[in-house]
Design a protein around this ligand. Structure first.
Ligand SMILES: Nc1nc2c(ncn2[C@@H]2O[C@H](COP(=O)(O)OP(=O)(O)OP(=O)(O)O)[C@@H](O)[C@H]2O)c(=O)[nH]1
Ligand SMILES: [Mg+2]
Ligand SMILES: [Zn+2]
Length: 330
């Protein structure tokens, strides 16, 4: 399934076919200006328009309960010209090319869209302080694959601990790993800058891992508040909402607040399998409802490895992610 097909809003509020006199609203909408949602704060949206102006907006009633999230491309009417008091109205949300979404926990099917239209998910994990949580990283990767984002793993604070173990865990998955440290001319930050320039990316991970610190280095005038890590890994200047910022060389980077868990209630094994094209085809021969986990009778993926058409390392990686999906977060 493509992320577009998975878009929760389609399911909920797609109007009945031909049931609405669409032409009546069309002229107003044709005057609507395109804009991107830069931040969201209690029903108020900050939008950046194509002409470089920034304005506040509210949602039009006709959007119903449709979620509007950072990264969404929208059409806005009203006082679009700018000025500090300008207030527009969002009348349309354009189809999304990707959607990072989570649920409050695994048993809860209510989706919370986090960020729309990002191409890259940078899963940020400190090598120490706070201690890395591979299970949380696995879950973020699952969400990336399911939502149509390319994951990059960024291991921060290399001055505190070496990256060997984490590298070994994630390189077999085919995930690009970038290691960063505190130095002003840190080569890892330059690699990250190269990967993110010209693209839309979102930094995601636990509180205190250094997401805002990275954003401040990538976007010199971002002024993102940076927190102090305390005993529980949550500082005073912890970020409280997602914000999209323009990269100096083109593209957009989105800083997000730290998370403690990542519910995958809306993700199916198929969503994960789709990220493994070398194994996805073989799964067609599995028994109905196969969970593809190790030891599942009749799982065709074992035979695929046995026949030399896929590697054991790839199958192990896939199974680790499927396990992250089928077991509770910790
Ligand atoms: N030792 C060390 N500390 C770092 C490094 N990068 C960031 N920090 C520190 O880590 C702490 C947390 O950094 P933030 O950038 O606020 O972390 P965050 O991921 O944005 O946290 P939330 O906004 O709470 O999600 C700050 O005290 C930073 O100075 C690094 O490479 N090495
Ligand atoms: Mg932050
Ligand atoms: Zn199977």
């Amino acid at each position: 399934m493509s992320p577009r097909e998975l878009d929760e809003d389609d399911v909920r509020v797609r109007p009945g076919r031909g049931s609405r006199p669409r032409t009546r609203t069309r002229p107003a909408h044709e005057e609507a200006a395109p804009a991107v949602v830069v931040s969201v704060d209690r029903g108020r949206y900050r939008l950046g328009t194509d002409t470089g102006t920034v304005l506040s907006a509210v949602r039009a009633r006709e959007l119903g309960r449709r979620a509007v999230v950072v990264g969404d491309r929208v059409a806005v009417v009203g006082d679009v010209g700018g000025g500090p008091d300008a207030l527009g109205r969002i009348v349309r949300v354009e189809p999304r090319t990707s959607l990072l979404r989570r649920t409050p926990d695994d048993s809860d099917p209510v989706e919370r869209p986090v960020v729309a239209n990002a191409e890259v998910l940078v899963v940020v994990t400190a090598l120490a302080d706070p201690v890395p949580r591979p299970r949380l990283v696995d879950r973020c990767l699952v969400a990336a694959y399911d939502g149509g984002l390319v994951p990059v793993l960024c291991l921060t604070k290399d001055d505190l601990a070496p990256p060997g173990q984490m590298r070994a865990l994630y390189e077999p998955l085919g995930v690009e790993v970038v290691v960063t440290g505190p130095a002003a001319d840190d080569p890892g930050v330059e690699v990250l800058r190269q990967r993110l320039t010209g693209r839309t990316s979102v930094l995601f991970g636990q509180s205190g891992v250094g997401k805002s610190t990275l954003v401040n280095r990538l976007v010199p005038d971002a002024y993102r508040a940076v927190g102090e890590v305390t005993g529980v890994g949550k500082g005073r200047h912890t970020s409280s909402s997602a914000v999209a910022l323009p990269l100096p060389g083109g593209g957009t980077v989105i800083d997000t607040p730290g998370v403690r868990s990542f519910g995958l209630g809306a993700v199916t094994p198929q969503g994960v399998l789709a990220a493994f094209p070398d194994l996805a085809q073989a799964a067609a021969a599995c028994p109905p409802g196969c969970d593809h986990l190790e030891g599942t009778p009749g799982c065709a993926l074992d035979a695929e490895v046995g026949a030399g058409r896929a590697t054991a390392a790839r199958l192990d990686s896939l199974r680790r992610l499927l396990l992250a999906l089928s077991s509770q977060d910790d």
